[in-house]
Design a protein around this ligand. Sequence first.
Ligand SMILES: NC(=O)c1ccc[n+]([C@@H]2O[C@H](COP(=O)([O-])OP(=O)(O)OC[C@H]3O[C@@H](n4cnc5c(N)ncnc54)[C@H](OP(=O)(O)O)[C@@H]3O)[C@@H](O)[C@H]2O)c1
Length: 291
Amino acid sequence: MRILLTGKNGQLGRCFQDVLKNTNYKLFAYGSAELNIADASLLAAIVQQVKPDIIVNAAAYTAVDKAETDADNAYLVNATGPELLAKQAAILGIPLIHVSTDYVFDGAAVEPYLPSDETNPQGVYGASKLVGERAVKAACEKHIILRTAWVFSEYGNNFVKTMVRLAKERDELSVVADQYGCPTYAGDLAKAILHICEQHDHGKVLTWGIYHYCGDTPTSWHGFARAIFYRAEALGVIDKSPQLKAISSDLYPTPAKRPEYSVMSTELLSRIELDASFWMAGLFSVLSKLK
Ligand SMILES: NC(=O)c1ccc[n+]([C@@H]2O[C@H](COP(=O)([O-])OP(=O)(O)OC[C@H]3O[C@@H](n4cnc5c(N)ncnc54)[C@H](OP(=O)(O)O)[C@@H]3O)[C@@H](O)[C@H]2O)c1
């Protein structure tokens, strides 16, 4: 099977390349320098040349705060790009696996969000991703959209790596304790996407649609930081955990408003033979690699 991957240099893109190493699938992977997904003619030329059996879109504009003042670019990558990919997939009659975000929700819920729950993004990033989801759905029947959250990995920039760096520099850290979500290991998300590819390869008829793929246990950023320091110290990645202070989001203002409660229900994942990310194990694996 031939897989076309976009966003090969991102956290998910790199983890996906790692999991594909143990397979016989032929991977055609592109970063933004080789394939800007918002470039319609280049995209069409590459898709026609590669003739993939499935497309995995790991490319995105993920700078949540920067998007507030760079909306045109955020929409190009998060809405126009996915729409063009979906149109190409539809022309070939192949599936598109696309990734979206918990930031499509406003965070006012009191119980985990289901994929069918009402969306109401609070910032440009979430809004652009929501337009992308709708465009994919409209252009390509054979789509799986995995909404994920709080992604971390051994690659790129993420909360785990930031916390480890800060723990080496400071004795005390204040972390927001009133925003709740589900940390997700990009390696688990990559394996989940591979399993979707395998099901397609084996001729299984997939139930197309939107799914929530994220960590199995919700926490706050403060709780996540505590878990990181506890394990990082035990593994010898940091010498000593800093004093961790819980603060409210009012004390940590950001250009883009974050949802207070973006916990997503993963219960529908069983329809496509997937389980939620066991993020504690993912954290252990990432910290071991950072050592
Ligand atoms: N990170 C999170 O916490 C988080 C949370 C919720 C959802 N998500 C979603 O999860 C998915 C994967 O995120 P991630 O953390 O792996 O993202 P990431 O590390 O920021 O990687 C995104 C990649 O997209 C590529 N890209 C940007 N603009 C592009 C363009 N015009 N054409 C082609 N490629 C382009 C970049 O490529 P180059 O490096 O080659 O320039 C970058 O490597 C995304 O859909 C994201 O929205 C992430």
